[in-house]
Design a protein around this ligand. Structure first.
Ligand SMILES: [Ca+2]
Ligand SMILES: [Ca+2]
Length: 414
């Protein structure tokens, strides 16, 4: 509310009216009388000014050639005073189509109605309403626990004209969780068309996901003119949580056929076996997924988990999201070439998804893992260190779980 020079025009009138009850609507004006709402910076807005002599319910609307009123303000209570508001052509969440309009400023109080009118010409308008023309959530249920299965949802939102998009989840308690836009995609933010949003429930950044349950997903489109559209859907979250596991006490027992591993090094005969035993502890809230081979499996020093094995021509390649125990050594050609499941089949829970079994170590549980490596050659460095790791494949090897309990091993030829 502010006093502006144009109001002075009416001061004389007000002085004459001083001994009568103040009029409901003293003055109103819309300037200029032309609006081109195309964002080119010229005549993109008009100024609406009015003065109320008494408290009133105020409406501002525009009547086109078809006689239909388009409300900008409707029956809003206002105390007496001077008012000024900008109008950018959006009434009832739509841009006024091109045409010649009668603007009406209307004040009501106890059955009394006062109106002031004028004309406004609109041209260069794109009257198409801002609409979310496409909205999908896939899959409808996620288990954000970094096991590589259904960990994230993709939300696709399409708009029919340029606008800013925001997507968020809202729980029954009203708490909102923002969903980030996928960073790499064809369209730039704000462009007309389809945009992808990617929801990992924060787990990829080590955050605890929202509590398990059903959430409403909102997509909100809003443009510079204030046009707006909202679409909603649902997303269920189940078994959410950051997986956490470790090698118990950071301890690995190594031994060979020749020694229990006392002294400075463990001697192993060329062609003999190095054995290890350790315990994996799932100390988090969610199951950790694993893949084979099972504990007890032996590798040759010159092979890796990718090597074909009896009944398993494809070997045991890495699986995104799976946890495995690995053994590494100084001159290994790749990181942790020997890997094992984090428990024996009887320690694990099996779940079938799309006809394929997946194995999990439940939260709070421990499992014993053993294995062996046959010393098929004498490596260039000898003796050298062997150690264990707990690998979350394609995710990380936490510092806590890397290079655990190194032991010196000496391979002794004939
Ligand atoms: Ca313009
Ligand atoms: Ca999952």
């Amino acid at each position: 509310m502010k006093t502006t020079p144009w109001v002075l025009f009416w001061l004389g009138g007000i002085a004459l009216a001083a001994c009568r009850p103040a009029p409901l609507l003293v003055a109103a004006a819309v300037r200029p009388d032309r609006l081109t709402p195309n964002g080119d910076g010229r005549d993109d807005v008009v100024v609406i000014q009015y003065r109320l002599g008494r408290a009133a319910r105020l409406s501002i609307y525009f009547v086109g050639p078809d006689g239909v009123p388009h409300y900008f303000r409707r029956d809003q209570p206002r105390p007496p005073g001077d008012y000024e508001v900008l109008f950018n052509g959006v009434a009832e969440n739509r841009l006024l189509p091109d045409g010649r309009y009668t603007w009406v400023v209307e004040a009501r109080d106890d059955g009394e109605v006062a109106r002031i009118t004028g004309t406004l010409t609109v041209s260069g308008s794109n009257p198409q309403p801002l609409t979310i023309t496409g909205f999908s959530i896939s899959p409808p249920e996620i288990t954000p626990n970094r096991d590589g299965l259904s960990d994230r949802a993709t939300i696709n939102v399409c708009i029919n004209r340029p606008a800013q998009l925001s997507v968020y989840l809202e729980g029954p308690d009203g708490v909102r969780y923002p969903v980030p836009r996928k960073t790499i995609q064809l369209r730039k933010p704000g462009e007309e068309g389809c945009h992808l949003f990617d929801y990992d429930a924060g787990v990829d950044r080590g955050q605890e996901p929202p509590p398990d349950g059903t959430y409403t997903v909102y997509a909100v489109a809003e443009d510079l003119l204030g046009l707006r559209d909202v679409a909603t859907g649902t997303l269920r979250i189940r078994e959410g949580g950051v997986p956490r596991a470790e090698i118990l006490n950071g301890q690995v027992e190594f031994r060979s056929d020749r020694s229990q591993g006392t002294g400075d090094y463990i001697p192993v005969s060329l062609g003999g076996y190095l054995y290890f035993t350790l315990t994996v502890h799932n100390y988090g809230r969610v199951p950790i997924r694993t893949s084979g081979p099972p504990p007890g499996t032996c590798y040759d020093l010159d092979e890796t988990f990718n090597a074909p094995r009896p009944g398993r021509p494809e070997g045991w390649p890495e699986e995104s999201g799976a946890w495995r125990v690995g053994i590494n050594f100084d001159t290994a050609l790749r990181n942790y070439p020997f890997r094992w499941a984090v428990g024996r089949p009887e320690d694990l829970e099996v779940r079938v998804l799309d006809g394929r079994p997946y194995y999990y170590l439940p939260p709070g549980r421990t499992a014993l893992v053993t294995g062996c490596i046959r010393m098929t050659y004498v490596p260039p460095r000898n003796p050298q260190y062997f150690w264990a790791g707990l690998i979350h494949e394609d995710v990380e090897i936490a510092p806590l779980n890397d290079r655990v309990d190194p032991h010196r091993v000496w391979i002794q030829g004939p």
